[in-house]
Design a protein around this ligand. Structure first.
Ligand code: FPP
Length: 225
């Protein structure tokens, strides 16, 4: 049975869920956060060591300002309310993405959360924030050129935001669209990808467990036969 070290999730469908059920996209984001907390708990129960979440992409800045502000306020409240609890649960938080363009307050909270939980070992939750895979790869290549080292697989990997993190075994995208949206394009070269029709707020522990069960039975060849 395949071990699982790392699960990555594109939590898509909040907006559509919110509009359909509460007449408000932002309500969908709130419900998305509730769904996320359940999935974090289940990730711990499954003894998975890394969970990477696509929270805000470099392309999400195109959204209306009001929605962007709502999302960042939600993230701020989440950090303020939950960081102590996450720390107690031995969870490490790490931001992957460009730590630019956030408010001073959010930047402060993100840095504080990272510092506080730095040594935690049970689960590492990577928040992909202002994240874009193409940008990440360009930065990696620029660092390599600057360091005057060889451009090879090992060095590219070592200069990504995700250095020191094993590549995802599983990538899940909810929301019914089958695309990758500039998420971890290098890292998912050999990940098993699961596209789910459910919108993210409806995705629950059972859906997650079903995917884990399916994954465990897949024959992973990594190019071999
Ligand atoms: C995609 O749905 C979701 C996002 C852009 C944000 C994800 C955020 C959360 C799950 C909650 C907040 C999380 C934290 C950690 C505070 P969408 O808006 O693109 O949905 P749509 O495709 O229906 O429009």
């Amino acid at each position: 049975m395949n071990p699982i070290n790392h699960v990555a999730i594109i939590m898509d469908g909040n907006g559509r869920w919110g509009l359909k059920n509460k007449n408000s996209r932002n309500e969908g984001h709130k419900a998305g956060l509730v769904a996320l907390e359940k999935i974090i708990r289940q990730t711990i129960d499954q003894k998975i060591k890394y969970l990477t979440l696509y929270v805000f992409s470099t392309e999400n800045w195109k959204r209306p300002k009001e929605e962007i502000n709502f999302l960042f306020n939600l993230l701020e409240s989440f950090l303020k309310d939950k960081i102590e609890d996450l720390h107690k649960k031995n969870i490490k938080l790490k931001v992957i993405g460009k730590k630019k363009n956030f408010s001073k307050r959010l930047n402060y909270l993100l840095n504080l959360s990272e510092k506080k939980t730095y040594k935690n070992k049970k689960l590492q939750v990577n928040l992909a924030l202002n994240y874009g895979s193409k940008y990440e790869l360009i930065q990696s290549l620029k660092s390599i050129v600057k360091k005057k080292i060889n451009i090879n697989e090992k060095n590219i990997q070592k200069n990504l935001y995700t250095k020191n993190i094993p590549n995802p075994d599983i990538l899940i995208r909810t929301g019914g669209t089958n695309r990758l949206s500039n998420f971890l394009l290098w890292q998912i070269a050999y990940s098993e990808i699961f596209f789910e029709k459910k919108m993210w707020p409806d995705f629950n522990e059972n859906d997650y467990l079903k995917i884990i069960k399916k994954f465990k039975l897949i024959k992973r060849n990594f190019g071999n036969i």
